[in-house]
Design a binder for this molecule. Structure first.
Ligand code: SF4
Ligand code: SF4
Length: 126
């Protein structure tokens, strides 16, 4: 049976030093959400990805995402797909040690439904 990882909102993934890549349309969506012009948002809140092939959100000095405030994501309703997809559709080395998501055994249909609700993606269970 597939295992769905139930996020407990510990925010460890938001504090992990890495990069939050912005997919197509996400700059516009986040800028609109925070009431900022797209150019201003790009200028003040993004940087080039490590491979210089796109944009990523800025980090705090600690390595945490700049949009993390306390235990809250300040752009939660429009957070990037990369954030929504973790931890069920991708992971990173060392994630198992920090992520407190609860593994729940579910039917393939339920896994698909839960992933759809969490990520907006329609993915068949593996
Ligand atoms: S955008 Fe929100 S969910 Fe994504 S890493 Fe930043 S604080 Fe976390
Ligand atoms: S580290 Fe895991 S449990 Fe914590 S917020 Fe991220 S996905 Fe959820």
């Amino acid at each position: 049976m597939p295992i769905f990882l139930e996020c407990d909102r510990c925010t460890a993934c938001c504090r992990w030093p890495g990069q939050v890549r912005l997919a197509e349309g996400e700059v516009e969506r986040i800028a609109a959400h925070v009431g900022m012009a797209v150019e201003e948002f790009i200028q003040n809140h993004t940087r080039l990805t490590h491979r210089r092939d796109g944009l990523a959100l800025l980090d705090q000095a600690s390595g945490a995402c700049a949009w993390l405030a306390g235990d809250e994501c300040r752009i939660n309703p429009v957070k990037p797909q990369q954030c929504r997809d973790f931890p069920n559709l991708w992971t990173f080395p060392g994630a198992a040690e920090v992520c407190r998501a609860k593994p729940v055994e579910v039917s393939p249909e339920e896994w698909q439904a839960r992933v759809r609700a969490a990520t907006g993606r329609d993915v068949a269970s593996r």
